[in-house]
Ligand binder design. Structure first.
Ligand SMILES: [Zn+2]
Length: 379
């Protein structure tokens, strides 16, 4: 139990700082992957890198590492992503009063290096304590922040485990994300007709005006408790004295329910397509299905096993629904059942990101409990 836990807190903190200070922007994870290959090999794991780099225009593939375990036990899978959002270069970690932060000019990268550090710490403990445990399969993905590129290109048949965990959810440890939405992204171009705004505005068709009229008709924000929509980018126009002839817009829709996702996506598409009825105006809407949703039931073994580990680590269990996608969406869709676990990251994707040291200790404890429980065939 927690009191007698062999987790080495200082070693865990140092590992986290080391990982955070290795720059790993999306699709440029070479340096951290090389470091992780070395560390995993030292810890007795067999590591292979796949061919995803070439497929996504990156310099690094996904790393899959295997640690053999007791025969006859089903393997367990864990995954984190190696990349971070920008500003990702030159991270310097300050560690004061139990809180990790960047120096304020970059992200911290606790998303997702907090998870990686905890996995490495537990592998250290396994090496030292030699407990009996199930075989472990650990995947470190690339390009997650650029649209789950690594997991989308990973050959899931390389994994023999049927269940596992992604360590990539925000919030304090104990959170188990059992449902996450599917997402569509909409790429919209609205075309009008340029004209001199002072001499002959009547010859123009103002693309900004017709685009904004369409946007004003949309349902945006929270549609219902399972569904959201957003227009996030709008660009257009060249000068105040030109009637603008083009506007470019990007938006998204998300829902835990695939039918609702289609309904809101179609509704937005239709509103923009009405622009085609305006003389001289054109509109093109392209919808890209970004990732599928997933939903686990509280009764499922994968959820119960995590809940038990959380309790054994002395924490409260929270079964949660996420508003965002992660590699967990891709793995579940491919038939590998995974829940996403909260790892303590706060204000992720901002330069104000921070991580409480207590939280990564708790995450490491949860993982260590899972490893020990795996030997008791409790999963
Ligand atoms: Zn993440």
């Amino acid at each position: 139990m927690k009191e007698s836990s062999p987790i080495n807190e200082e070693r865990l903190f140092q590992e986290f700082i080391k990982l955070a200070e290795i720059a790993s922007p999306s699709c440029r994870e070479r340096q951290i992957a090389d470091y992780l290959k070395k560390r995993l090999t030292e810890l007795g794991l067999a590591v292979e890198e796949d061919d995803t780099a070439a497929k996504i225009g990156g310099n690094t593939g996904n790393l899959l590492a295997r640690l053999p375990g007791q025969e006859g036990l089903e393997p367990l899978f864990f995954a984190c992503h190696m990349d971070t959002v920008a500003p990702a270069e030159g991270v310097k970690v300050s560690f004061k009063e139990g809180v990790f932060r960047s120096h304020g000019d970059t992200v911290l990268g606790g998303d997702d290096k907090a998870g990686i550090a905890c996995i490495l710490e537990v592998l250290q403990v396994i090496r030292h304590e030699e407990p009996s445990h199930c075989p472990l399969e650990i995947l470190f993905t690339v390009g997650e922040e650029k649209g789950l590129l690594g997991s989308k290109n990973f050959d899931i048949s390389k994994v023999t485990a049927k269940t596992g965990y992604v360590l990539d959810a925000t919030g304090s440890p104990g959170g188990i994300v059992i449902a996450a939405p599917a997402q569509n992204v909409l790429y919209i171009t609205v075309k009008g007709k340029a004209a001199h705004a002072g001499f002959e505005p009547e010859r123009g068709v103002n693309a900004i005006r017709i685009a904004s009229e369409a946007i004003s008709r949309l349902r945006l924000g929270r549609i219902d408790e399972e569904t959201t929509s957003n227009i996030g980018i709008i660009e257009g126009g060249k000068a105040t004295n030109i009637v603008p002839d083009a506007v470019y817009i990007e938006g998204e829709t998300r829902s835990l329910d695939r039918v609702k996702l289609d309904v809101i996506t179609d509704e937005i598409t239709r509103e923009f397509e009405k622009i085609k009825e305006i003389p001289g105006a054109k509109c093109d809407v392209r919808v890209v299905f970004e990732y599928p949703d997933y939903r686990l039931e509280p009764e499922q073994k994968i959820v119960g096993f995590a809940a038990q580990a959380v309790k054994r680590a002395g924490l409260d269990v929270r079964l949660e629904t996420s508003g965002g996608g992660s590699d967990a969406n891709i793995f579940n869709d491919a038939g590998l059942q995974v829940a996403n676990l909260a790892i303590g990251m706060q204000n992720a994707h901002t330069t104000e990101e921070y991580l409480e040291s207590r939280d990564i200790i708790d995450v490491a404890h949860i993982l260590w409990e899972m490893v020990q429980m795996s030997a008791a065939a409790g999963k």
